[in-house]
Write a protein that binds this ligand. Sequence first.
Ligand SMILES: Cc1cc2nc3c(=O)[nH]c(=O)nc-3n(C[C@H](O)[C@H](O)[C@H](O)COP(=O)(O)O)c2cc1C
Length: 194
Amino acid sequence: MTDFKGKKIGYALCGSFCTFSKSFEQLEQLVNAGADVTAIMSFNAAYIDTRFGKSQEHIERLEKLTGKRVMRSIAETEPVGPKKMFDVLVISPCTGNTLAKLAVGIIDTPVVMAAKSHLRNSSPLVIALSTNDGLAGSAKNIGALLNYRNVYFVPFAQDDAEAKPRSLSADFSLIPETICAALEKRQLQPIINL
Ligand SMILES: Cc1cc2nc3c(=O)[nH]c(=O)nc-3n(C[C@H](O)[C@H](O)[C@H](O)COP(=O)(O)O)c2cc1C
């Protein structure tokens, strides 16, 4: 694992609850590699209880891992850019909903607020997507974001082509490598992870 000592990383979770455990694993790796990580949650990630766990438990786990309060309001994430809080901002997992908002500039959750605020400094944004409509409704938004400056994707693939033929999911294990590349203003390749 690369040394992340001294790197300030914003780590934002959206409501793809089934990928939370994979995302938590990577967050833990980054902390263990010395990164100064601050967790952010969308309203839905922070307040919906699902079969994948209770929201309060997720918040407590994140706060224990990072040693900091989870940012979970628009007021908390608005200063991300002005205060230059992060070297890199990661959205992991990123839902189809948040991809759509990022693509068209709708800023109504703590995560998209953080992204907009961070991008104003031309700082790198890394997206680990997970959505059942990646090859349907979200495809145009992925296409739009691939074309944006300072936006980088964690390599992704179809996660279950038989049962969910339109579904795409990032290879979460490539998050650290994607961050390193993004910090050098480079997209990790190949993006399509066959
Ligand atoms: C149990 C559960 C699992 C979900 N999984 C996903 C998912 O993997 N990908 C996705 O795009 N949306 C998923 N959703 C739907 C999102 O949570 C929903 O679109 C929500 O509005 C996302 O808000 P956010 O992007 O602000 O977090 C799931 C919802 C539930 C309740």
